[in-house]
Write a protein that binds this ligand. Sequence first.
Ligand SMILES: [Zn+2]
Length: 136
Amino acid sequence: MDATTGIPPAVTEETEPFWTAAKEGRLLVEHCPACGAESFPPRGICRSCRARPTGFAEVTGRGEVYSLTVNHQRWLPGLEVPYAVVLVEFPGRPGVRVAGRLRGCPPEEVSVGMAVEVGFEPGPGGFAIPSFTAVR
Ligand SMILES: [Zn+2]
């Protein structure tokens, strides 16, 4: 599937570092220098202590499927369905959950707790969109 069609993300001052890193294949989450809390997506204010400004931290390594849904609707011409959209948590990073399409795995084989790795694929407007692959 090619994800380059569709509506490009609305980039804000708070999310620009995330999109720039995504083009480099890196996943950034918001990190609060005052209390150390992390969160996603970036909002420019700490969800834990309300401090401004916030910074960023890079997430590396495997994540785990926290929740999932399977899309059966062909929203765009050429969209291959069905596919799973997963909400992923990362060990030692409470407060961070990232959603994305699961690639290379039939939706009926996805389960909560499954190990995944983040990757990026070309998206609309030249942006890189986070998605996940199953670790087998
Ligand atoms: Zn904070």
